[in-house]
Design a binder for this molecule. Structure first.
Ligand SMILES: *[C@@H]1O[C@H](CO)[C@@H](O)[C@H](O)[C@H]1NC(C)=O
Ligand SMILES: *[C@@H]1O[C@H](CO)[C@@H](O)[C@H](O)[C@H]1NC(C)=O
Ligand SMILES: *[C@@H]1O[C@H](CO)[C@@H](O)[C@H](O)[C@H]1NC(C)=O
Ligand SMILES: *[C@@H]1O[C@H](CO)[C@@H](O)[C@H](O)[C@H]1NC(C)=O
Ligand SMILES: *[C@@H]1O[C@H](CO)[C@@H](O)[C@H](O)[C@H]1NC(C)=O
Ligand SMILES: *[C@@H]1O[C@H](CO)[C@@H](O)[C@H](O)[C@H]1NC(C)=O
Ligand SMILES: *[C@@H]1O[C@H](CO)[C@@H](O)[C@H](O)[C@H]1NC(C)=O
Length: 462
């Protein structure tokens, strides 16, 4: 009985070797292997020996660590070598990478690659969809050719040393969904390709660069943006009213720029907005506000005028409003939504006047409230569930009356926001989670409550 079975096996192995032969005879497949070996030859440091088995004699290149081939064509479609902190790959990027013409995914994040991106090579990767070189030591300009890759949807070049401008036409390159260029040295302005189409763009993170000029009005054309992160640049002018056209916007961070002007009422049209970060006070203290030049690198420069429009304060999904020392003023009374979703509200060190709104008490999940150093008068509303808060600071106002009346309500709120199911791209979800974590970190760094969980801080009210 074993005989026909063995025959079948023999036949199958013949078929398999025939397939292998066909694949091996495909010159493009050989070229892929040559390109991978060439890529390897430029790697000067491989502490964990990831590439030690990248040897044709050991196994077929489609089985090399980090390499994925199309099973039909045998062509390399994915090269993914994510480094680890202690054992990153180092070297420059081979220009022959451009020979991997079927490559769709190129991920080399968290390594120590350096030098420039070989522009001509990347320009040849016409099928590239994901390009992730984040967390390396790349430098030079980001090649304009990237903005011409016809299928590119995810571009992550964050945490490198890129300088020069954002490639012409990048914002407005239709297939892009996710762009993160944060923590580089990019300069010049933010330009949106006037002939382009940015309606697919979900996530635009340009934080921590040297970008100047104004936030372009055209940003309103990117109508599906969920996260717009422009913090820590040198942007000027005011927040454009056109942002109100971005109905999908969840997170807007413009902190640490040189913005001025009024907070546009149109922001109140972004009904999905969860986090609005207008200023950021990490590292600076009011104690040395008399010498702003002393710690200019950590100072907040945004200085708006006027009030926060009622429509913004009453946004139906707003969980974080972070605007300390923003030069804002006016009254706050009854501006909040009766079904208020706020968890973190920081309006400290501004010029708000009038009384603390009674409606704030309806923000059942509010666990962080900083209204310190304003011109608020009257008493603390009993409705405020101060006993449930992780941080409460109303010091240095003109408040009077009893410090606290226990409202007797039970504390159901948890400080850590868990609302992250926004149905975003996987990668984006991760980053938004991190972003949220960062915001909480900010809150903790500014205040000692982390050390004394649950303790309530009440300060002298005059
Ligand atoms: C890449 O392809 C070019 C021609 O298309 C060829 O001349 C070159 O040798 C190839 N390089 C490698 C390393 O495969
Ligand atoms: C694999 O290759 C075949 C034939 O070239 C092609 O039709 C298919 O789209 C490729 N699939 C992927 C995932 O690259
Ligand atoms: C990468 O940059 C870091 C930080 O600037 C530096 O410590 C490290 O030596 C660089 N590595 C390489 C391979 O250039
Ligand atoms: C601001 O950007 C600079 C330059 O990229 C960076 O060195 C710094 O760490 C950033 N600061 C914050 C608070 O992110
Ligand atoms: C308060 O938080 C809970 C738990 O996260 C949530 O289910 C509820 O909808 C929140 N309420 C409001 C008004 O935001
Ligand atoms: C609050 O300040 C604004 C100007 O910033 C002023 O017009 C208004 O009268 C003040 N309101 C109160 C109650 O002091
Ligand atoms: C409360 O706010 C005041 C004024 O903004 C500030 O000086 C003080 O450090 C804050 N207290 C705590 C414990 O955060």
């Amino acid at each position: 009985m074993t005989f026909p079975c063995a025959k079948l096996l023999l036949f199958l192995s013949f078929v398999v070797s025939l397939c292998t032969l066909v694949v091996a005879l495909n010159p493009a497949v050989d070229a892929d292997e040559a390109a991978l070996l060439d890529f390897k030859s430029f790697i000067t440091s491989d502490p964990s020996g990831i590439l030690s088995e990248w040897e044709p004699a050991v196994r077929n290149h489609c089985e090399w660590q980090g390499v994925t081939c199309n099973t039909t064509s045998g062509r390399v479609i994915r090269l993914e070598l994510t480094g680890t902190l202690d054992s990153p790959l180092a070297g420059i990027l081979s220009a022959n990478l451009g020979n991997l013409t079927e490559l769709r995914i190129l991920v080399l994040r968290q390594n120590s690659f350096y030098g420039e991106i070989p522009a001509a090579a990347i320009g040849r990767l016409r099928l590239l969809e994901t390009f992730d070189l984040s967390g390396n030591n790349f430098s030079g300009r980001i090649p304009d050719d990237i903005a011409k890759l016809p299928s590119l949807s995810i571009l992550d070049l964050a945490r490198n040393f890129f300088d020069g401008p954002i490639p012409i036409g990048l914002i407005g390159h239709a297939p892009l969904k996710y762009v993160d260029l944060s923590f580089n040295r990019l300069s010049d302005g933010i330009n949106i390709n006037p002939l382009g189409d940015c309606t697919s763009l979900n996530h635009l993170k340009l934080s921590s660069n040297l970008l100047a000029g104004e936030i372009p009005h055209d940003i309103g054309k990117c109508s599906n943006l969920r996260a717009l992160l422009l913090d820590n640049n040198t942007l000027q002018g005011s927040i454009p009213a056109d942002l109100g056209k971005i109905a999908e916007l969840r997170i807007l961070d413009v902190s640490k720029n040189s913005l001025t002007g009024r907070i546009p009422e149109e922001l109140g049209d972004c009904r999905q907005l969860v986090a609005l970060v207008l200023t950021n006070l990490i590292g600076s203290s009011i104690a040395d506000s008399s010498s702003p030049s002393a710690s200019s690198t950590t100072e907040e420069f945004n200085a708006f005028v006027g009030a926060i429009p009622a429509k913004v304060l009453s946004l139906p999904n707003l969980e974080i409003l972070w605007a300390p020392r923003a030069n804002l003023g006016g009254g706050l009374h009854d501006l909040f939504n009766p079904s208020c979703t706020l968890k973190i509200l920081n309006l400290g060190q501004n010029y708000f006047n009038g009384s603390i709104p009674e409606l704030l008490g309806s923000c059942v999940n509010l666990t962080y409230l900083d209204l310190s150093l304003n011109n608020l008068q009257g008493s603390i509303p009993v409705s405020l569930g101060v006993q449930c808060m992780a941080y409460f600071n109303v010091s240095r106002n003109l408040l009077s009356g009893p410090l606290i009346g226990s409202s007797g309500k039970s504390c159901t709120a948890s400080f850590f926001p868990v609302h992250l199911s926004w149905g975003l791209l996987k990668l984006e979800d991760d980053l938004l989670t991190n972003y949220y974590a960062n915001l909480l970190q900010i809150a903790q760094e500014n205040n000692p409550f982390g050390k004394v969980p649950g303790e309530i801080y009440l300060f002298s009210m005059t």
